[in-house]
Design a protein around this ligand. Structure first.
Ligand SMILES: Cc1cc2nc3c(=O)[nH]c(=O)nc-3n(C[C@H](O)[C@H](O)[C@H](O)COP(=O)(O)O)c2cc1C
Length: 503
């Protein structure tokens, strides 16, 4: 079935490509209309839709996450670090010296390597490897053995290698008899802006229960998977939704389909200036670099912005690592908040599994799918390890997907709609629809705002595309009114099951 779909899609692509070729002016013109476009489809007519909020609260923020980092030359600190990571359900990172310590190096008071390092304030032993994406952690436990009353110098190297500002740091150590005392205090000056908690010294053989009590005393709570009841629920105050990956995503944003480089840069800049924080792009839109440039040039902190991009069949799916790295390089914004497979196709499972590896490495925070429906999901999900955080499909009042949306949402997957205004060639009919126009008039808003609000009230994230700053602002202004149940029903009654694109 999927193969058949792929063949049809490829044929459709060829047709669409030739149909769209040389039509740039038309694309550019319609892309300035907020009432067009989708964010997912590259080939045929699509525009953007999105909306966004006017606050600073749309952060691509992760829930509290803990890292246990430790150095251990002879294994004593290691076992306590493992207890802590286990209790806290935290990530664990071993600080491994590039040049390993031999027994001779560790024989103290012989003037050996460890003695020399501890006596030389300037020495910083090199570390092999690094923490993947330190920014994701808000609490870091640091464990080390006491060497001559102090932390080994490799702990200094570690602390100087990352930005710990805003993080809580809890040190602990093991020793023969020395307390943690000045060893921890002397580390404070290496790190600026962190919240240091008082550390504790443990003897060799400390039990897991004792570590648990100590963590409890310090009020360090286990990393918890987001409560399933919270996943997918829209928070209309914060204007975000909690994804099953643990990250929060804004519930409205902007699509960039059909926006040329300069147009895209200006639109993303306008969105960010208007308080919008969610941007949807794709390899096929050819504007990832412009999105990245606008994000980098903006005064908005990176972690408040949420960028979605997509990789495309079939060449990219065949060589997914290269395709993903290509997106990271083009965007050049450190990490990708969300990467989607653009539509089903050959090697889609392989491509998804590659995205999973980038999630493990911290280069992508969340992953999902675009243009996947019930049958495709049933076939696809058993073959992958990470449940998609998002499915992005065509959704508008004439194509409501009322059977598909609850199916996806019941899997704990957030639904996002492209073509909220029906797509090119259909927007004036949809925006002029008498049912929608009357509701808009009753609330003193535009038809576009009514449609976007209808999506939000159905739990569907919206990403209308526009290069018109007024429309961009308007598309974010969705929280000053609420549709009644009756109005929702009236719009639900407009469904024609009429798909306006080929995905
Ligand atoms: C070079 C060196 C210096 C040490 N200095 C002290 C010290 O000053 N006070 C102390 O109580 N233990 C000291 N020790 C013992 C270690 O702190 C202790 O064995 C620790 O638990 C080892 O942890 P690890 O197995 O994780 O490396 C020292 C050990 C080494 C190798």
């Amino acid at each position: 079935m999927k193969r058949l779909i792929s063949v049809v899609l490829i044929l459709a692509m060829i047709l669409c490509c030739s149909a769209c070729g040389g039509n740039e002016e038309q694309k550019a013109n319609s892309s300035s209309d907020a009432a067009s476009d989708k964010s997912t489809a590259p080939i045929s007519n699509q525009e953007k839709e999105s909306e966004k909020n006017n606050t600073e609260e749309n952060k691509g923020e992760v829930l509290s996450k803990i890292l246990v980092a430790y150095f251990s030359a002879t294994g004593t600190t290691k076992s306590l670090a493992e207890y802590a990571a286990d209790i806290l359900n935290a990530d664990i990172y071993e600080i491994v010296p590039q040049d390993p310590y031999t027994d001779e190096d560790l024989t103290y008071y012989t003037g050996g390597r460890a003695d020399k390092e501890q006596n030389d304030p300037s020495v910083r032993p090199a570390i092999s490897g690094s923490v993947k994406d330190m920014s994701q952690y808000d609490t870091v436990l640091i464990g080390y053995p006491i060497w001559h009353g102090q932390a080994p110098k490799i702990i200094y190297t570690f602390l100087e290698s990352y930005d710990f500002s805003g993080k809580t740091i809890l040190p602990f150590c093991t020793s023969h008899s020395s307390g943690i005392g000045s060893s921890a205090n002397n580390l404070h000056s290496l790190v600026t802006g962190a919240n240091w908690l008082d550390g504790k010294r443990f003897a060799a053989g400390t039990s897991k229960e004792e570590i648990e009590r100590w963590l409890d005393e310090n009020n360090i709570k286990p990393n918890e998977a987001p409560a399933s009841a919270e996943i997918g629920k829209f928070d209309f105050e914060k204007k975000t939704v909690l994804l099953n990956s643990g990250y929060e995503m804004p519930i409205m944003g902007m699509g960039t389909y059909s926006l040329s480089d300069e147009e895209c840069y200006k639109s993303v800049t306008a969105l960010l200036e208007s308080g919008g924080r969610l941007i949807d792009t794709a390899y096929m839109y050819g504007n990832e670099a412009a999105v990245g440039r606008a994000v980098r040039d903006s005064d908005v902190p990176r972690e408040e912005i949420f960028v979605i991009t997509k990789i495309y069949p079939s060449e990219q799916f065949a060589n997914p690592e290269k395709a993903i790295q290509n997106a990271l390089d083009k965007l050049d914004i450190g990490y990708i908040d969300m990467m989607l497979l653009h539509h089903p196709g050959e090697n889609d499972v392989k491509a998804y599994l590659a995205m999973e590896k980038f999630v493990e490495d911290g280069k992508i925070h969340s992953i999902g799918l675009s243009n996947w429906y019930v049958e495709e999901l049933e076939e696809f999900l058993p073959q992958v390890n990470i449940t998609p955080a998002l499915v992005q499909n065509e959704i508008h009042p004439y194509y409501q997907e009322n059977d598909v949306i609850p199916y996806i949402q019941n899997l704990g997957i957030v639904v996002q709609g492209w073509y909220p205004f029906g797509g090119r060639g259909h927007t004036s009919e949809l925006l002029g629809d008498s049912v929608i126009s009357e509701i808009a008039e009753a609330h003193d808003v535009t038809s576009a705002q009514v449609i976007l609000r209808w999506n939000l009230q159905k739990g569907v994230v919206v990403i209308p595309g526009s290069s018109n700053p007024d429309h961009i602002r308007e598309n974010l202004d969705l929280f000053g009114f609420e549709l009644t149940d009756e109005e929702m029903q009236q719009i639900n009654g407009l469904d024609r099951h009429e798909k306006h694109d080929w995905y």
